[in-house]
Design a protein around this ligand. Sequence first.
Ligand code: ZN
Ligand code: ZN
Length: 544
Amino acid sequence: MRKSDFLFWADRIANDISERKSFHFIGKPIQKPKKYTIKTSASLSGVLHIGRLSDTIRGESVYKALLDQGKKPEFIWVAEDMDPLRKIPKGVPESYSKFIGMPVTDIPDPEGCHDSYAEHYMSEYIHVMKEFVSSDMKIFSMRKEYKKGNFNPYIKILLENTEKLKEIQNKYRSKPLPDTWSPWQPICENCGKIITPRVTGVRDGLVCYKCMDYRFEKTIAKGCGHEGVNNPLEGNGKLVWKSEWASQWARWEVVSEGAGKEYQVPGSAFWINGEIAEKILGFPMPVPIFYEHLMINGEKMSASKGNVVYPAEWLKVAPPELLRFMYNKKLMKMRSFSWDYLPNLYDDYNNHEKIYYGVAHIKNKKEELHMKRLYEISQLKLSSSMPLQIPFDFAAMLSQIFQEHEKAIEVLRRTGHIKRKLSKKDIERIKSMLGYARNWALTYAQEKYRISLPEKPQEETLKELSEPQRSALKQLGKRLREKSMDEKEIYSLLWDIIKSSGLSAPEFFEAAYLVLLNKRSGPRLTTLILVIGQEKTARILEQI
Ligand SMILES: [Zn+2]
Ligand SMILES: [Zn+2]
């Protein structure tokens, strides 16, 4: 296939991986890789919000694309657990301030249920990822990797090539790295912190350091003043990031990895590590998956802004497939997400689903293929037949009026949303859709989506109605009793009444919403009548 034949971004990247002929920086020919590893990773020191799942979800798409192109890829997840604790997260005792600057693997579990802070958060992370990712992942811990000596071959080469390493980085620096610079960051043997030891020199492959205060943005890691000597090959420390990333690629034979769009610029850690990997470690730079970060209402997610969306919150209003769909849809042109946008996201997803199962078609065949692929790759498990669909805003309305799903199903039949005999799976799907929609309506939706039905019109609202409004609504009640109608018939009935009443459409609709919902606006009136039922609507209108 030609490159342009791959319509979906992950298929294009997979193709780039298998078709590339030479190293990026040094132009040397590339041997066919023995392994195709896709790496995804996370630091365990921050909050786990839905934005942090994007790297893994997108990495998995490239992994699946490689599988589909007949390769035998491997998908790995690396816990960057040598990262120091930077500040005390919510819910963790103040006494943990003494651990600031220590690797999270060496700090006790604040809840006492795991061997360490890192183990605790890692198990939470893996638990969450398993809900959003369907492929098997091999899990690695950097702390364990160093301790086992798995990085020693790379550490050795990097230490021997310190001058070359500095040269690569200095090209992008206004101030060159100091003479004492080393790619190895030791852990202080006295206090166990990793951020505080300042390298003072390197002698015969050993790194000398002095443990000094380190200032984070808002906190300080206290140094203990200890002066020590560290042997990098003993694994008590880590490579600095602009050396470690390159070594990870070589260690696991990584062919592709995701990175935020800020890494796209020349001189970023991605390219510097690429150069280090190729020029010093002899390993070709992986094909990057650069992506846009998820914004919430136009802002970056952060605990201090209070706009963090946790995976558990997402799963209350939408299935994992919807988040996968959102991340897979576009890599670089991601719109900001807001809870108001959720019904549109559902609609978009449902349209793709219809196309995938051949229930709907569009003229542009390329776009149609793209939609199918996007839908397919966003699934955790593909269903052999098309799942039952209910428009999300309709489900939101229905779920607020009827708590029991049996009643809701009756209405869905009446409104034509259900036309087939329901299987167990269909009923489960309806139940979960109603649950998602109800949670969304009650927690996040704008006022116009909130609904509660008064049994009879409220005295106060009746006073607001004009005589023509009253008689039009009474007329509507009477006509609704005459015969059972479908959506189209109710629609034309409404317009008949509007025309004969002399009211403007807004005057008529406002009156109807005031009586039926005790508010000035609402969902489409035709739909609302179908949901409430003709008879019950008539009963309310007769009491005007
Ligand atoms: Zn625990
Ligand atoms: Zn120390």
